[in-house]
Design a protein around this ligand. Structure first.
Ligand SMILES: Nc1nc2c(c(=O)[nH]1)N(C=O)[C@@H](CNc1ccc(C(=O)N[C@@H](CCC(=O)O)C(=O)O)cc1)CN2
Ligand SMILES: Nc1ncnc2c1ncn2[C@@H]1O[C@H](COP(=O)(O)OP(=O)(O)OP(=O)(O)O)[C@@H](O)[C@H]1O
Length: 191
């Protein structure tokens, strides 16, 4: 097996393992952990002008409560839209009445709304390490997106401690996050 085949297989196995750890959380535990993350986000981050977040899938942290609070205070919220497998994501305005439709991966996605450029991205962490690297679902979407956004938005990974690993063995395209927030606290990787 070549080196790159080996790391691809290792990443694939790790992606599955990370999601299955979350799927084993009960509903009450998931809600409690998400609530703790929301409180830490609230006390750590300034309210953004335009906040991108993700509609939770596969038992990802649910941070919709803080997005809703920020929207009441004047923030505009946006959800990612997959345009093409090889393209960066784009972000479409979301509000409480937005119509969402499952995209090619089954992720609820706005069917209309303004295209926005976020100054803050709340990014779910399928897996992560203390150096600030994220493991997603293998599409490379966020890395491609961050590589093109100027100025770079503040990137805040939101995850559960059960998805922390020693190292995700970052590759050259992997982008480091500015903050990682879990139920255990807010961390600035590299500090
Ligand atoms: N809730 C949520 N929405 C999100 C993201 C996210 O991480 N979470 N994304 C963050 O970027 C984008 C979607 N990224 C995705 C990337 C891959 C797959 C997927 O199903 N991949 C296949 C395997 C592909 C492979 O290994 O090559 C799979 O899991 O079966 C799904 C979503 C945009 N929306
Ligand atoms: N900046 C980039 N330009 C071109 N291709 C990229 C870039 N970033 C990532 N990719 C491609 O995407 C593939 C998957 O990347 P990776 O395994 O890091 O995905 P991921 O972060 O888990 O996915 P996602 O963000 O969609 O959840 C890489 O093998 C690479 O080919």
């Amino acid at each position: 097996m070549s080196l790159s085949e080996d790391s691809t297989a290792r990443r694939r196995a790790l992606r599955r393992e990370m999601a299955s750890r979350r799927m084993a959380l009960g509903e009450a535990a998931h809600a409690r952990l998400s609530g703790q993350i929301v409180e830490i986000l609230r006390s750590t981050l300034p309210r953004p002008e335009i906040c991108a977040f993700c509609w939770p899938i596969k038992n990802e942290p649910d941070v919709r409560a803080i997005v809703g609070d920020w929207v009441e205070q004047g923030t505009r919220a946006a959800l990612p839209v997959v345009i093409d497998e090889a393209a960066p994501l784009r972000f479409r305005a979301w509000h409480g009445q937005s119509v969402l439709q499952a995209d090619r991966y089954g992720i609820p996605t706005p069917v209309d709304g303004d295209w926005l450029v976020p100054d803050l991205i709340l990014l779910p962490l399928n897996g992560f390490d203390a150096a600030g690297y994220r493991l997603g679902y293998g599409g490379g979407y966020f890395d491609r997106t961050l590589a093109t956004l100027r100025p770079r938005p503040l990137t805040v990974g939101v995850g559960f401690e059960i998805n922390r690993v020693d190292s995700i063995h970052p590759e050259s395209h992997d982008q480091r996050l500015d903050w990682i927030v879990t139920e255990a606290g807010a961390f600035r990787p590299g500090d």
